[in-house]
Design a protein around this ligand. Structure first.
Ligand code: SF4
Length: 368
């Protein structure tokens, strides 16, 4: 089970420059000083509901490049967590940082202070995309940081973004191939959003950048998620957490508070399409899926049902939950017996994958 995170946001801490997509501001006002960390953790622990008290608890320093800030500053923050680690109230620490700020000296410090998990702001493995995003590091920095972190026994998470300037669907898939080779413990993927105050806003207003639509982002993310699942790499999160700051600053892009669920629903739509392509039976098919996945199969506001009815000219569709259907599988009842597909068996062929454009086409022979 994933640990319960107590997040401490340190906006822009350690950042040398401003990334193209970032609108965080280094402000003393929003920054929790080390002296307030203890109170913050105590208040957070007190607010944990009773049924979650036994979960592993991790303090996470997010929001900047933790290990790129001055060593003394890192020590001040990490010191404040030590009494909680010693008492067992907190089990470990997580930090997020940039890949070129993880040398041996830094890793030694993190080990000494009980850091277990390091999330690397990778964003893309395409150097041109990193350069256009003003990241100030290259893909090679992620490769060497991930291997050093592994040698030192850290848990490694990679944060990726899709559709930054210069990115494309093909480049995203190439990025994932390289990411899979690094064998991270988990991955997060966020679509690029245009936020007020980010340098990207200027490009967007000048018509020099347009974000993906929500539908396009779902198609990219669906393929990315399935690719990672086939390599047994967990997806920690898809899309940014909805916060009041995001709501205030959001200008354009594929934001949705339940993006991961939309992606899962799209995968169910593809599985259902794949089964119905093989089925020339009645007008009211009956599907079975795991009980916990009925809403994914139905889609938001029954969207999948409506699309499938229209696509296959069906009178109605019935979906029933069954505990014995494995999660990620879909079963279609036919007169000749049940036919099923697991999401891992979906195969896609891309006819036009240059730039942003791509055309999805099933190969059901391959799927089944
Ligand atoms: S995206 Fe992260 S690394 Fe880049 S400027 Fe913002 S906080 Fe710093």
């Amino acid at each position: 089970m994933a640990p319960l995170i107590i997040p401490i946001f340190l906006p822009n801490v350690g950042c040398r420059d401003r990334c193209l997509f970032c609108n965080q501001k280094a402000s003393a006002e929003g920054l929790l000083p080390p002296s307030s960390v203890r109170n913050f953790i105590e208040a957070s622990l007190a607010g944990i509901p009773h049924n979650k008290k036994n979960r592993e608890k991790q303090v996470a320093f997010y929001g900047g490049s933790f290990t790129a800030t001055h060593r003394d500053n890192q020590v001040h923050y990490l010191e404040e967590v030590q009494p909680f680690l010693a008492s067992g109230l907190i089990h470990s620490i997580r930090i997020s940082t940039r890949p070129d700020a993880l040398d041996e000296e830094v890793l030694s410090l993190l080990k000494e202070y009980g850091v277990k998990t390091v999330e690397i702001g990778t964003q893309s493995m395409i150097d041109e995309v990193l350069m256009l995003a003003n990241r100030g590091h290259e893909a090679e920095d992620t490769i060497s940081a991930a291997s050093r972190l592994r040698e030192w026994g850290f848990e490694v998470g990679l944060q990726l973004m899709i559709s930054l300037p210069g990115d494309s669907f093909v480049r995203f898939l190439q990025t994932l191939d390289q990411v899979i080779d690094l064998k991270p413990d988990f991955v997060r993927i966020h679509p690029t959003l245009v936020l007020k105050g980010a340098p990207l806003e200027i490009l967007w207003r000048a018509g020099r950048y347009s974000p993906l639509s929500l539908e396009e982002a779902i198609q990219w993310l669906k393929r990315g998620l399935l690719k990672l699942e086939r390599s047994s790499i967990p997806m920690a999160r898809i899309g940014l957490q909805p916060t009041k700051e995001l709501e205030r600053d959001f200008l354009a892009g594929p934001f949705h508070p339940a993006l991961h669920q939309l992606v899962d629903s799209e995968i169910f739509f593809d599985m259902a399409t794949s089964l119905l392509d093989l089925f020339d039976g009645k007008l009211e098919p009956i599907f079975f899926c795991h009980t916990t996945e009925i809403s994914n199969m139905r889609g938001q506001r029954n969207g999948n049902i409506m699309r499938l009815r229209e696509k296959f000219q069906l009178k109605d569709i019935f979906i029933q939950g069954r505990e014995d259907v494995p999660k990620g599988s879909l079963v279609l009842q036919t007169q000749k017996g049940d036919i099923s597909i697991h999401r891992g068996e979906l195969r896609y062929s891309d006819r036009r994958i240059e730039g942003r454009g791509y055309l999805l086409n099933y190969n059901t022979q391959e799927s089944m």
